[in-house]
Write a new protein. Structure first.
Lengths: 142, 422
């Protein structure tokens, strides 16, 4: 069992990067940290820099201005780390895939570990996605 | 913002905020030009969230556009469809059933409640006062519960439809919604008491980021930003739509124009929102169960405008139809487009430590506001400048005019040359 992977499954610090969302997924992510859902009890904290984070939460689809930036952010993330695509836009582009500012799907730019669809996904769905991701990481680590 | 796009040759300290800054939930980039502690100039770089929605609207039919404009912004996800249906109903000339009017107002005011609570929380977060953030967002949850109860979703309600609403509110549910609204009042009282008497909030917001009444008029700011500066404007009252003339409420205006007044306006507006919701529920009770949809069948050629008071100010939609089932041109002007430039005066009077809260005080929403420009990568010059865009839009108007005859025919006046800032 690799120690770094084992450590990754405990108290994930997240960094939230908005590609070009409508803000709703971002609001729901922040909602997770506030008293009703309170994911801080699992040790999930919003990190202020990507260099301190274990997980990169991406919302929205990559457009011409953010596609390079999101790749740059991913390269700065300490490895091993996970990327979670939150919302239908990040998962597949929603109906913005026909837009002139759509570059390519997120998972063709950076590797994505978990997809949480929904417009916006409910906070419960996000918690479930993270739980499933941790289970998958643990199974891989055995 | 044009004059700030020219870089100064002389040495100056620039403090960047963004594009991915821990305080901001959206990607945007501010350059603060500072001399010591004082902010002397401000430059804003946008475009990180540009999605080309106006162009996409031309590829969808009218019923789909409602869902598309809903996704312009997640926080005002009811104001944009509201302005859109106003615009299209202006185009078609349909009259909305009274029940649909009440339901529209209820959803719109619920959205205002959750948006103001969200802003209050984020303002606390920006001040480094996370207790306010947690409290405000805790009491935002019951509002979202009401939204979920009525529409089935916490955000992106998909309630609006051209000519009416998609879902009815069952009259048996009204007592429960009423009770849920009553439960919000103690929380609002707590905010009014605790936040308004809090010494920390007073110290950080009183006299900070002042926008005087004259400046507010000069910069054409809208919504709570204007009302906090003593400009008495509100689209809901000035150009009444839906059920707003049928219920009793008032517009909140405060004179000082600092960040504290912006807090006050928003907190007091929440009481008015609850009042409007309760008034609308009373109205729904009186109205018999029945029509919620005017059943619009076709869209005539012509143009329509619609506006509505979003939580951030006036949102304006323009639709041009050529008689097909999709808009020939769609135009959106979000309130933040007017409010963000006012930071140039509000921000440059203060210090760096006040910059974050002053920038946030207009409740900016960048994903509503995004515009794009095309640059030549080698020379870093704009390919389409102001004159080019003006010429292109005039040419397009000419083309559309040929396709759609105006009635009565429009007599063109002498074209005046507009010298742009760019």
């Amino acid at each position: 069992m690799k120690l770094t992977l084992k450590a990754l499954t405990k108290s994930i610090w997240v960094f939230h990067a908005a590609c070009s969302p409508c803000n709703n997924c971002d609001i729901e992510i922040l909602d997770l940290l506030t008293p009703r859902y309170d994911v801080e009890r699992f040790g999930i904290v919003l990190a202020s820099s990507i260099r301190h984070a274990d997980a990169l939460l991406v919302t929205g689809f990559p457009n011409y201005k953010t596609a390079k930036k999101i790749k740059y952010l991913y390269e700065q993330m300490p490895k091993p780390g996970v990327v979670i695509a939150i919302g239908t836009c990040a998962c597949g582009g929603n109906f913005f895939r026909d837009s002139y500012s759509f570059v390519k799907p997120l998972d063709e730019i950076i590797p994505v570990n978990a997809y949480i669809p929904g417009c916006p996904p409910k906070p419960e769905a996000m918690i479930m996605g993270v739980v499933k991701l941790i289970k998958a990481l643990k199974a891989k680590n055995k | 913002m044009g004059e700030f796009q020219v870089e100064d040759k002389k040495k100056q300290t620039i403090i960047p905020i963004g594009p991915y800054h821990p305080l901001q939930e959206e990607a945007e980039y501010f350059k603060l030009y500072v001399e010591g502690e004082k902010v002397t100039k401000l430059d804003i770089e946008l475009g990180y969230q540009h999605r080309g929605i106006e162009k996409l609207c031309e590829t969808r039919h009218f019923d789909q556009v409602v869902f598309l404009v809903e996704r312009i912004c997640g926080i005002c996800s009811c104001s944009h469809p509201f302005a859109h249906v106003n615009a299209v109903e202006d185009l078609c000339g349909v009259d909305v059933p009274i029940r649909a009017k009440y339901i529209r107002c209820i959803i719109a005011e619920l959205e205002r409640l959750h948006s103001h609570l969200l802003w209050l929380g984020l303002a606390g977060h920006f001040l480094g006062y996370n207790t306010v953030w947690m409290w405000a967002w805790k009491y935002r949850e019951p509002v979202l519960d009401i939204c979920e109860f009525i529409t089935g979703n916490r955000n992106h309600y998909a309630m609006f439809k051209i000519g009416g609403v998609r879902q009815d509110i069952d009259n048996n549910d009204i007592p429960q919604i009423n009770k849920m609204c009553d439960d919000l009042i103690p929380a609002l009282d707590m905010f009014k008491g605790a936040v308004m008497d809090d010494p920390v909030i007073h110290a950080r917001t009183k006299g900070v980021g002042i926008l005087t009444k004259q400046e507010a008029i000069d910069y054409c700011v809208v919504g709570p930003t204007a009302r906090a500066s003593g400009v008495d404007i509100d689209v809901r009252r000035d150009d009444p739509c839906a059920a707003y003339p049928l219920v009793d409420w008032k517009v909140i205006v405060t004179p000082n124009g600092d960040v504290f007044d912006k807090v006050v306006v928003r907190v007091l507006e929440m009481y008015e929102s609850v009042k409007i919701i309760k008034g609308c529920l009373e109205g729904l009770k009186k109205e018999p169960k029945g029509e919620i949809d005017a059943k619009v069948k076709s869209f005539p050629p012509g143009e329509g405008i619609g506006h509505y008071e979003a939580p951030r100010g006036e949102v304006f939609h323009y639709v041009l139809s050529d008689g097909a089932n999709r808009p020939a041109r769609y135009k959106v002007r979000a309130p933040s487009y007017m409010n963000i430039p006012s930071n140039q005066v509000a921000c440059t009077r203060g210090t760096i430590s006040d910059a974050a809260i002053t920038l946030a005080a207009v409740d900016p929403c960048y994903c509503c506001t995004e515009r794009s420009a095309v640059l030549d990568e080698k020379t870093n010059k704009k390919i389409f400048g102001w004159e080019d865009l003006l010429r292109l839009s005039q040419e397009k108007t000419e083309r559309i005019k040929k396709r759609i005859p105006l009635n009565p025919p429009f007599v063109p006046t002498e074209p005046t040359s507009v010298k742009g800032e760019y």
